[in-house]
Every structure is written in structure tokens, then in C-alpha cells.
Design a protein around this ligand. Sequence first.
Ligand code: NDP
Length: 399
Amino acid sequence: MGKALIIGAGGVASVCIHKCCQNPDVFEEICIASRTKSKCDALKEKLDGGKTKISTAQVNADNVDELIALINSFKPDVVVNLALPYQDLTIMDACLATKVNYVDTANYEPLDTAKFEYKWQWAYRERFEKAGITALLGSGFDPGVTGVFSAYAMKHQFDEINYIDILDCNAGDHGYPFATNFNPEINIREVSAKGSYIEDGKWVETEPMEIKRVYNFPEIGEKDMYLLHHEELESLALNIKGIKRIRFFMTFGQSYLTHLKCLENVGMTSIVPIEFEGKQIVPLQFLKAVLPDPASLGPRTVGKTNIGCIFIGKKDGKDKTYYLYNVCDHQECYKEVGSQAISYTTGVPAMIGAAMLLTGKWNKPGVHNIEEFDPDPFMEELNRFGLPWKESFDPELVD
Ligand code: NDP
């Protein structure tokens, strides 16, 4: 059906590429391009021989001209950005210049401020519309499937949704005292930032990890979870009718939190450059270099993830609650594609989002968050490609 250029060759990209190769009628040809070409070649070597034709390339995705040259030579129908949030705008610029559709899994973040906002990417709306191309923002799990779940709940279960709680539980154990499940720099920037949620149209800010709840997750059990700022709150509060409050909670174990506090206290999580032996270094980037590579956690992580959304609203004048979630097993993911469940739960929806654009099931020129599209074909593909969803009409609620 079409050609996809996948940028990045890390944990999420690896899963997405495996999944593209499981869906060769849609992904006839892919090019894997990243900063370190050897990682792209290693993936090609592992997956070559199937129906999807694979090529590789070296690219610095901070450089728009390099990206344009690569797009012009490969001529993809869609570019899937699985590098880091810092590259979102340069890749969008290259897509605009070449009139190619765009997909990502995380919103743009400037290197020097850990600030997650859609304003930079939403500013491209008119230009994408005029160019007749679609940018699909946030096609991972959260953001991503959480937005699709919200659109599905709105379409099939509610007349209005007043409250959404997004719950992200990772009960996986990798056996290290401290490691992050995806890019450590991005992960630590996210969890050490102030928390926030939206109530009555306004952001309410909290101290980092100030709000804690205990939740009994289906198929996992009781876990401590903490309120975090998360990017999809911003778009869902605008796109889902009737929202009064929307919050995001993520589980953390005590060992992770104690290590994080200590690293923060000694200044290792700072993103402000310091001088070290005549060289400028960013403490957080140095910390990333000494932590385990998330891609290496796959073989040693056991346990499950449970990520989903609890909706409270009204249907036919009556109050209603509804919980949609997915449970994923780290070892099952590793057996299938050689990665743990965090990369898996992000890489599968990235492939599905790209497939929605390639098949023309989703086609809406402009820049759009995932909940703005028809959720039904995406929900079907989640079941087909390894992230089956479950529903409950009587879930435990978060106070
Ligand atoms: P990794 O660090 O494992 O991979 C990032 C990849 O991007 C690496 O291959 C890296 O190259 C490449 N890269 C970085 N900078 C450049 C550049 N300038 N030019 C070209 N390539 C570059 O990260 P993950 O796979 O864990 O995460 C990928 C994305 O997914 C991130 O944006 C993350 O925020 C997002 N994410 C989204 C989630 C969701 O649910 N929505 C959940 C988890 C992650 P090199 O190998 O040389 O370092």
C-alpha cells in the first residue's frame, strides 16, 4: 500500500519496525534512518527476508536540509518520527517542504526547558492544511491510545464526559535499583517536573509527586501512583465534550523515588549545563550515559503493565462510569519482538497510526491530535496487533 520513513532506531522504533513487518500489505517498503546507522542496519538484518522491503540511512534529524534530501530520495508516503521530542519541529519542517504526512509519539520540547506543550506544533496547523498533508500528533500509548480510548468512549458510551483519570501502571521489575523504561533523559525530565491537572478549564499546578493515591489495578493489584503533568491533558481537555477535570497518574516504586530524590538533591537531574574539566556538560545527559540502556532491560523485565482511562459522565441523562485499559506482559513482548512492554505499548500504536494514514482511513489535512480521528479502525487494529483492550462498567474510582 505504501512507503514509510521511520526516523530513530531506539526502543520504540525497534518495536514499530517489527510491527510494520507484520503488516506488509500496508507497509510495502520502509526506510529506517537514524543518527547511528549501525543500529538501523542491525534492525534490517534481523527483519530482512519478509515481504516488507527494508532500507537504511544515516540522518541527523536536527538538520532540515538533510531530512529533505532523504525524503526526496526515498519518497515516503508517511514519516514516522521515533527520534526524540527535540526533533519534532525539524521533521515537521521537512515534511512541509516535501508534502509528506507526519506521525509522532511525543510533543515538541525545547532542549533548554522541560516544558511539554502543543503550542509549537499546533502553530503548523494552517501550513499543513494548505499543503494538503496530515500531521498525527501523539500516536504512542500515552499520549496515543489514551486519546483513542477517549474518542471511543465519547463516540459509543457517553453523551458527555465530565471526568477522565488516566492511569499508567508499570508493575515490571528489571532487577536494577534504578533504571528508566524509556529514554532516561526524557523520562527524568517528565517525572521531576511539577505535576498539574486541568479543572474547569484551568491548569492546577502541584509540587512534583505531591498527590499520591493507591489503586488496585486489574490483573496487577495495589500500587502507589502519583499525579504527573502529561501532554495529552492539554489536547483532551479541548477535544472531549463536557470535560470538568482531567488528571494523569503514574505508578512508581519506592526504590525509584528514593534514587530520583537523591539524584535531584545532588544536582544530577539538572538540564542546566555546567563546566567539567574544561568542557560544558549537562548533568542529566551525563546521568543518561551511566544508566542502563532501556533497550537492554527487555530480557530481565518481568511483570505487567496496565494503562487505561476511567471516564465519568452522562448517557441518556444518567450518570455513568467506564474504564478502558490494556494489560501487557513484559516477557510476552520480549518473546515476540525482543523489547520490554514500555517500548511495545508505544511502538505498536506508532505503527497503527502510520497505517491509518497510509490506508487513507484517517485523512484530515492539518495538524491533529489522535482523539480528533474516528477511533473505531484504530481500536480494531489494537486487538489485531498485540494490545487488546478490556472494559469495565463498574471500576474502582480514584478520589
Ligand atoms: P531511544 O533513546 O531509545 O531512541 C531514540 C532514537 O532516536 C535513537 O535511535 C537515537 O539515535 C535517535 N536520535 C536521537 N537524536 C537524533 C537526531 N538528532 N537525529 C537522528 N536520530 C536521532 O528513545 P525511545 O525509543 O525510548 O523513545 C522514542 C520516542 O518515543 C521519544 O520521543 C519518547 O518521548 C517517545 N515515547 C512516547 C511514549 C508514549 O506513550 N507516547 C512512551 C515512551 C516513549 P542514537 O541511537 O544515535 O542515540
